[in-house]
Ligand binder design. Structure first.
Ligand code: FAD
Length: 564
């Protein structure tokens, strides 16, 4: 067996994206660490591996590029990504130019990538091995016995059982969820959507789908191709992702209450389903049928976790071995980035002799609260996907909060700073807790608005960077705020409060004909309250700000109403 130790500081079970990046982060933090990665797969990952997780967004890209130092690799070997792009419901889906389109027009200031998972994982394996990490393929973890100083891990390699020791065990076996099952902390997620996905050999370039010059020139040629494209309508979205190996990834994700899984759970059924729901995409894909590389189904893939890290028994989970919600905004790599950062910090501190028990509890709470806070973004929201006006505003809101708080905290190392965590999350009125409540109010507003919003819009192009506040949030994602980080987050919350209130004013004015300068408390606003002004008596009223009103006007499709 190709190994130098049978006793390790850390054994990582599962050598996918989460396990390999954790290994790299640990080794970069402590070059002498004795570290072993056990991976069940035999040999290298195939290039163009059939693994979801191809599209990265800002937080995860920052982690790969800046924290792990993979910038040069990503720029040379993977595709740059031109943001997320959305095409909404239209009555003439055969004509792509008729669909409301939301996506950036110019190159984004904060980079992200479309990654080919096979290429990336093989690069990571070579990189960690060059740093002295041992990587064993064809090695499947079976059991662990927790010990006071060292745990004993059982795995099989080439059908032969081995027992090796480690101080820490980090589980990255994805849905095999070795530690979750061993310790019984599985937790279901009340979000039951299903997915299928496949890859095609060759390029699907959406820019070529119309000869309309106006449509083509909304943005520089080639940028639509580099986006993660979403086609949406009630109950579903379909992704088209370009890959560096010149293949294309296609996926359908749908709510079973609206699109039963039996209607698209085979390749043939998926094509038929597309014929009904996305006829233009069907036309392009059915012509490429002989280029299909693979096809996979994932039923009820969302799952939660009741635990994450234990500083006393020295274990942790990362990647899909922890929680996973929904791929709509490509957040998988973000969760990996946050959990790897928390877990590697605990391990490195412990190995330096620090007592990490309390820190582990705080980190676990942080991770689990973050997952909990993200659930309302997706839960019951597939019913909104047929409404372009609601979805444009929801997507802008979801982006705004993501850039303004979690991205900023991550790039500024706030998740591992106990003073920051305490200041932001400890009391009921702390910024973090208020942010959670504000966000829930907004997600409720989108649902309350649905029965009142019937119009199908078309022929519009919305660029998130036409909104001043979105530009500002994006541009400051990587800025370093040092000791004033919590002040910056507090300021961002104040902007979000005003944004929430202004969105409410627009909606209420449209559906209930209330005054466009209604006084609104964003923490108690309620579209169902009545047609009178329900918030007039409230103590906290979010001030109106002209720049924010202008931003909401930019994404508002109905005729603008003037202030009283
Ligand atoms: C439909 C869908 C679409 C998604 N799209 C995106 C996206 O666009 N962007 C994004 O960032 N995320 C996306 N995700 C999330 C994505 O899956 C994760 O970001 C990422 O792949 C998880 O990495 P991982 O390392 O946890 O899992 P994996 O990459 O699956 O790695 C787990 C590894 O553990 C190994 N293993 C399993 N059992 C054992 C065992 N007993 N012993 C040893 N090894 C074992 C496996 O062989 C595998 O290599 C998507 C998820 C879904 C469900």
């Amino acid at each position: 067996m190709n190994s130098t130790h049978t006793k390790y500081d850390v054994i990582i079970t599962g050598g996918g994206l989460a396990g390999l990046t954790l290994a790299l982060q640990l080794k970069q933090g402590h070059p002498d660490l004795r570290l072993l990665v056990l991976e069940r797969r035999k040999g290298e990952a195939p290039i163009a591996a059939h693994k979801v997780g191809e599209s990265t967004v800002e937080l995860g890209s920052y982690y790969l590029r800046e924290v792990l130092g993979l910038k040069a690799y990503l720029e040379e070997f993977e595709l740059p990504k031109h943001g997320l792009r959305f095409f909404f419901k239209s009555n003439t889906k055969e004509d792509i130019t008729s669909r409301v389109e939301l996506g950036p027009r110019k190159w984004l200031p904060t980079p992200s990538h479309q990654v080919d998972r096979g290429t990336l994982e093989n690069h990571l394996i070579q990189l960690i091995q060059s740093l002295g990490v041992e990587f064993l393929a064809d090695a499947a973890v079976r059991d662990v016995e927790f010990g006071k100083d060292y745990h004993t891990l059982t795995f099989t390699q080439n059908k032969e059982e081995q027992k090796w020791q480690c101080r820490w065990i980090a589980d990255a076996t994805s849905r095999f969820s070795f530690l979750k099952r061993k310790l019984g902390f599985q937790k279901s997620m009340d979000h039951a959507v299903n997915a299928v996905w496949w890859r095609l050999k060759g390029v699907i370039d959406i820019d070529q789908w119309s000869e309309d010059e106006g449509w083509k020139h909304y943005l520089t040629s080639g940028l639509r191709y580099l986006s993660t494209v979403h086609f949406l309508d009630k109950g579903y979205w379909v992704w088209v992702i370009p890959l560096g190996t010149k293949n294309t990834s296609i996926g359908i994700v749908a709510d079973p209450d609206i699109h039963p899984f039996e209607t698209f759970d085979t390749y043939e059924k998926s094509l038929n389903w597309l014929k009904t729901n996305e006829p233009l995409l069907y036309e392009k894909l059915s012509a490429e049928s002989e280029n299909k590389l693979d096809f996979k189904i994932l039923k009820h893939f969302a799952h939660d976790s009741a635990r994450a890290y234990d500083g006393t028994d020295r274990w942790g989970v990362t990647g899909e071995a922890g929680a996973f919600l929904d791929p709509f905004y490509s957040p998988g790599t973000d969760l990996i980035s946050i959990s790897n950062t928390l877990l590697s910090d605990l391990i490195l501190r412990d190995l330096k002799g620090e007592d990490v028990q309390l820190r582990a509890e705080i980190y676990e709470q942080t991770y689990l609260s973050l997952v909990k806070a993200w659930i309302p973004i997706y839960q019951n929201k597939y019913q909104l996907m047929g409404s372009s006006q609601i979805m444009v505003i929801k997507i802008m809101w979801d982006w705004a909060i993501y850039w303004a708080i979690p991205c900023l905290l991550f790039t500024n190392k706030g998740f591992t700073d106990l003073r920051v965590l305490q200041k932001l999350f400890s009391s009921k009125d702390s910024v973090g807790q208020k942010f959670g409540r504000l966000h829930e109010q907004m997600q409720k507003l989108f649902l309350d608005w649905l029965p009142l919003e019937k119009q199908v819009f078309s022929n519009r192009y919305i660029d998130p960077f036409d909104l001043e506040l979105m530009r500002d949030f994006q541009l400051t994602i990587e800025e370093q705020f040092g000791d004033s980080l919590t002040d910056k987050v507090t300021k961002n919350l104040a902007i979000l409060e005003k944004l929430a209130a202004e969105i409410f004013r627009h909606v209420s004015s449209e559906v209930h004909h209330t005054s466009p300068d209604l006084k609104v408390n964003p923490y108690t606003m309620d579209l169902n309250a009545s047609e009178e002004n329900p918030t007039e008596e409230d103590t906290f009223i979010a001030e109106r700000e002209a720049a924010i009103t202008k931003d909401v006007d930019t994404m508002w499709f109905y005729p603008k109403k003037e202030m009283a």
